[in-house]
Design a protein around this ligand. Structure first.
Ligand SMILES: Cc1ncc(COP(=O)(O)O)c(C=O)c1O
Length: 358
């Protein structure tokens, strides 16, 4: 079904920010999309309205029991001025996998895609074009039934907001640079059978205490270890993690504890295409430390929609720094960044069929 959502335009358009100082999630466009769900009625009354605060009843279940989910994707401006998305079908599918885990009703595919297209069309002037920038798309759903029963809500809102963004790690503004990462040995993010594979707010709230420790130790983010043994590397903050030891690139397997990143999957596909050995397997932090010491740890990098490819130069674990090679950006991370961001922005030919023009 094709949707044509009604649009209420803002009467107070905002001034556009300086594209070289966007940060991440600081500025929001003029409009947002909203649609509601009621049990028995399904998704209804979709509309594009000015981006402004929403009223929420203080007893809404999301504010107490966190029944919510979100997605994160980006739109890019190509050199010819067209706007394109990167593998949006994958975000849609992951959204419904998260919804299943969080007992949230499935999103409708046509609502999702027509809403994104029409909203970006209304806020077209906000898509930035400076190197390293994109328009971040944040779709999210929350239950706002007024109830203190720990049960799935009967009423939901699905909202899409947009923000022009630069690099997630400021270190990567104006070119790639390495960051220092804190290996968390006390707190855990997700256990098998939990919600690690789902994109729900609680996963991130539960990680903030570790992020605070990371910041105290002058690290940019947290590398999580597995919940059962605190031994195997899992993922980094809002990205997946890759380790190049010798000629093998290793990333954690999908066992339900990490988010199945769309960038992660794209990295694996590109490395395989280039003939680089890439393995999804459990990798212990001890093996990483040993590789750092014996000089075989060639590269470590994070992958994600926000982080794109963010190289890591040093891992801080149990009170000690463990250097990754010479601490500089490695050639594999650089080539992946150039290729991925090149495909995303239409500067490199998309022979993988990953981009979708709006
Ligand atoms: C916890 C976590 N891991 C990994 C990722 C990377 O996923 P993607 O490449 O789909 O953005 C994200 C970001 O969405 C994330 O929040």
């Amino acid at each position: 079904m094709k949707y044509n959502f009604p649009v209420t335009k803002t009467t107070h358009p905002k001034e556009k920010p300086d594209q070289t100082k966007l940060g991440f999630g600081k500025y929001f466009t003029d409009h947002m999309f909203i649609i509601e769900y009621d049990e028995g009625q399904g998704w209804h009354d979709g509309r594009i309205v000015p981006h402004e605060p929403i009223a929420i009843e203080p007893a809404s279940c999301v504010l107490h029991y966190a029944q919510m989910m979100f997605e994160g994707m980006k739109a890019y401006k190509t050199p010819s001025g067209e706007i394109q998305l990167f593998r949006p079908d994958q975000n849609f599918e992951r959204m419904n996998r998260t919804n299943d885990r969080m007992c949230i009703p499935h999103m409708d595919k046509d609502v999702f895609f027509d809403a994104i297209k029409q909203l970006i069309d209304v806020d077209m002037d906000w898509v930035p074009s400076e190197p390293g920038t994109a328009l971040y798309i944040r779709p999210f759903i929350f239950g706002d039934e007024v109830s203190f029963s720990v049960l799935p809500a009967k009423h939901y809102n699905f909202i899409i907001i947009l923000c022009p963004v630069g690099s997630y790690y400021a270190a990567n503004d104006g070119g790639l640079a390495t960051t220092r990462i804190y290996v968390e040995d006390e707190y855990i993010r997700a256990a098998v059978g939990g919600t690690g594979f789902a994109k729900c707010g609680g996963n991130y709230a539960g990680g903030m205490a570790a992020s605070a420790k990371a910041m105290e130790h002058k690290c940019k983010d947290v590398l999580w270890l597995d919940a059962a043994e605190h031994k195997y590397v899992e993922e980094i903050g809002t990205s997946n993690a890759f380790f190049m030891i010798g000629d093998e690139v290793i990333t954690a397997p999908l066992m339900g504890t990490i988010l199945p990143g769309i960038t992660r999957n794209s990295v694996i596909q590109l490395l395989k295409k280039w003939g680089v050995k890439v393995t999804e397997r459990r990798l212990s932090i001890d093996e990483v430390v040993a590789a750092s010491e014996n000089g075989t740890l060639k590269e470590v990098f994070a992958s994600g929609t926000a982080a794109v490819i963010s190289p890591i130069g040093c891992l801080y674990y149990m009170g000690e720094d463990h250097k990754v090679a010479d601490g500089n950006v490695g050639p594999v991370a650089q080539k992946l960044y150039d290729t991925l961001y090149g495909i995303q922005t239409g500067k490199v030919e998309d022979d993988m069929g990953w981009t979708v023009k709006l």
